[in-house]
Design a protein around this ligand. Structure first.
Ligand SMILES: [Zn+2]
Length: 82
């Protein structure tokens, strides 16, 4: 199994879709068992999305895109309502 440090090092690659299938599965396996890393990846995903919004396009220019991002952020790990 991947260590927490390995997961942290690859988290942004995972979010960017840069990992191959095998690595993605190993990441998911770890995230399924490790709450700390699952939380870390969820927060990194949120930060990445916000940065993309801020740097890429004008927020509000495409409300459906913003809604889609917020919808995805709403349940990153299957959700416990937070
Ligand atoms: Zn971990």
């Amino acid at each position: 199994m991947l260590s927490c440090r390995e997961v942290a090092a690859r988290a942004s690659a995972l979010i960017d879709g840069e990992l191959g299938l095998a690595q993605r599965l190993r990441m998911r396996l770890h995230l399924a068992m490790c709450r700390g890393c699952a939380r870390f990846v969820a927060q990194l995903r949120l930060a990445t999305a916000l940065i993309a919004l801020a740097g890429g396009e004008e927020p509000g220019q495409d409300p459906s895109r913003l809604a889609a991002i917020l919808d995805r952020l709403g349940h990153p790990e299957g959700g416990d309502g937070t």
